[in-house]
Design a protein around this ligand. Structure first.
Ligand code: BES
Ligand code: MN
Ligand code: ZN
Length: 488
């Protein structure tokens, strides 16, 4: 989709759809609505009143353009109560683009005409237009796509505004790339293909990518990572991407869980819990999305993406409960439940990143525990920090990106549940605080590095669309990661 700033007004734009935000109960005082309604000889407000549209959050009304309105359709988008934010532009854009059926262009009227809103609108246009349709054939193949997005109502169409649109476009594309990876079926998106797809996407961005096969991972001594892999037929991959600008302000490493499928291993998941487990590489998708966006935006920060990709299967050579395995940094780990595989992969990747990359900050994303969803629901991620200032910075970035996290404690008392009789560590705790004990296990491998752990088990993959996120892969976490980097 090509997105540009436009000087057209709400009534003169010839786009297939013109989308306008309306705060709750402010329908009749909204100046854009008034102008449209006058041009439509009262047909817009008549329809809105008839359908009881008042502007509650995410309420949408689609009315054919009439009278002297040039757009094909007018879409009103409810913004709820409260004062206008840049995020409102994203909401208008997402719903505007989602409303498109046969329309090939969408115009978004900014609720507030600043650069931040223009960026959010560009991002929202791409996010709202997103469909995962690569596997549909015949009559189910998508008919048309939105080819152009227009942003209306910018006060100052200067270089800063144009740069904001470009950054919004980059962010939207990176989020959609992450969504595509998460939605890809696990027979096609093997660890090898995941690594190849990410490396191909990084071509031309200035990112350097190195990919290790099983022999190299073995040589490096990542035995926990390999233990998870050994029950399946597909080889694992270790992926390291680096984006390094001239004179970077800081060095940040993002680490991702890349389980292309999680059957649970010998501790096999029941069918109902296994059905969505292609999503278990979402942490890696978010990680790739962040480094790609950072490089394309040319942010002045050195960014690394480090991913461990494997399946967790239960073949002949599968690892067992009771096995004791040595981690990359020498700690011995007693395996309790082979379905707690993500923390094992991450343990080796975190230790590697800590010792070999030595970043100022290390931030991991993982669909790590069902317990996190029990605690926070399916639409919110958990965030853990071993450094208070960093935790605050990351939470503030999440706020700016409009993504929902909740800070959970690295509760030292619970660490006792990870004690093993025969090894340095057990890899699971007891029945309670499962997201926290998983985070505490990871903490054993980060040393003194300032670190954030994001358990994105819930919001990375949805069983139905929610708010601005689509059903399936969401790309959750990319926006916050980028906001964090921009704030450094
Ligand atoms: N990948 C799952 C966690 C998950 C669950 C992600 C639901 C997305 C949706 C993870 O590997 C897992 O199986 N965790 C176990 C840990 C337990 C065995 C200690 C869990 O949460 O049940
Ligand atoms: Mn698992
Ligand atoms: Zn898993």
């Amino acid at each position: 989709m090509k997105i540009s700033l436009s000087k057209d007004s709400v009534t003169t734009t010839k786009a297939g759809i013109v989308a306008v935000g309306v705060h709750d109960k402010e329908l009749s005082k909204n100046s854009d609505v008034k102008r449209l309604d006058t041009a439509m000889k009262g047909a817009l407000l008549r329809q809105a009143k008839d359908e009881g549209f008042s502007g509650r959050t995410n309420e949408v009304l689609k009315v054919p353009g009439a009278g002297s309105v040039k757009a094909g359709w007018v879409v009103l988008v409810g913004l709820g109560a409260g004062k206008t934010t840049a995020g409102d532009a994203r909401r208008v854009a997402v719903h505007g683009a989602r409303s498109a059926r046969r329309q090939s262009s969408v115009a978004v009227v900014l609720p507030r005409g600043d650069a931040a809103s223009a960026q959010a609108a560009a991002e929202g246009l791409l996010g709202g237009a997103y469909r995962y349709d690569q596997y549909l054939t015949g009559s189910r193949k998508p008919q048309g796509k939105i080819r152009s997005g227009f942003i209306l109502g910018i006060k100052n169409a200067d270089a800063a505004a144009r740069a904001a649109v470009k950054n919004g476009q980059i962010l939207g594309e990176s989020v959609c790339f992450a969504r595509d990876l998460v939605n890809a079926p696990p027979n096609d998106l093997t660890p090898e293909v995941l690594a190849k797809t990410a490396a191909a996407e990084a071509k031309g961005t200035g990112i350097r990518t190195s990919v290790w096969n099983k022999a190299k991972i073995d040589k490096a001594g990542m035995r926990l990572f390999l233990a998870v892999n050994q029950g399946g037929g597909n080889e694992p991959r270790f992926v390291h991407m680096v984006y390094k600008p001239a004179r970077p302000k800081a060095k940040v490493a993002f680490v991702g869980k890349g389980l292309t499928f999680d059957s649970g291993g010998l501790c096999l998941k029941p069918a109902k819990s296994m059905i969505d487990m292609k999503c278990d590489m979402a942490g890696s998708a978010t990680t790739f999305g962040i480094v790609l966006a950072a490089a394309r935006m040319k942010l002045p920060v050195e960014v690394h993406a480090v991913v461990g990709a494997t399946e967790n299967m239960n073949g002949d050579f599968a690892y067992r409960p009771g096995d004791v395995i040595e981690s990359l940094d020498g700690k011995t780990v007693e395996i309790i439940n082979t379905d707690a595989e993500g923390r094992l992969v991450l343990a080796d990747i975190l230790a590697y990143t800590r010792d070999k990359i030595r970043p100022d900050f290390m931030i991991d994303h993982a669909t790590l525990t069902g317990a996190c969803m029990v605690a926070l629901g399916k639409w919110r991620a958990a965030m853990y920090a071993n450094d208070e200032a960093l935790g605050k910075q990351y939470a503030a970035a999440a706020e700016r990106a409009d993504e929902n996290y909740w800070n959970l404690p690295l509760d030292d008392e619970l660490a006792a549940t990870l004690k093993s009789e025969i090894a340095d560590l057990k890899h699971t705790g007891d029945a309670y605080g499962g997201s926290i004990t998983a985070a505490l296990f990871l903490r054993e491998f980060v040393g003194d590095t300032k670190w954030i752990h994001c358990d994105i088990a819930g919001p990375a993959f949805l069983d139905g669309s929610h708010d601005l996120a689509p059903k399936g892969g969401t790309g959750f976490g990319v926006g916050t990661g980028i906001e964090f980097l921009k704030g450094l």
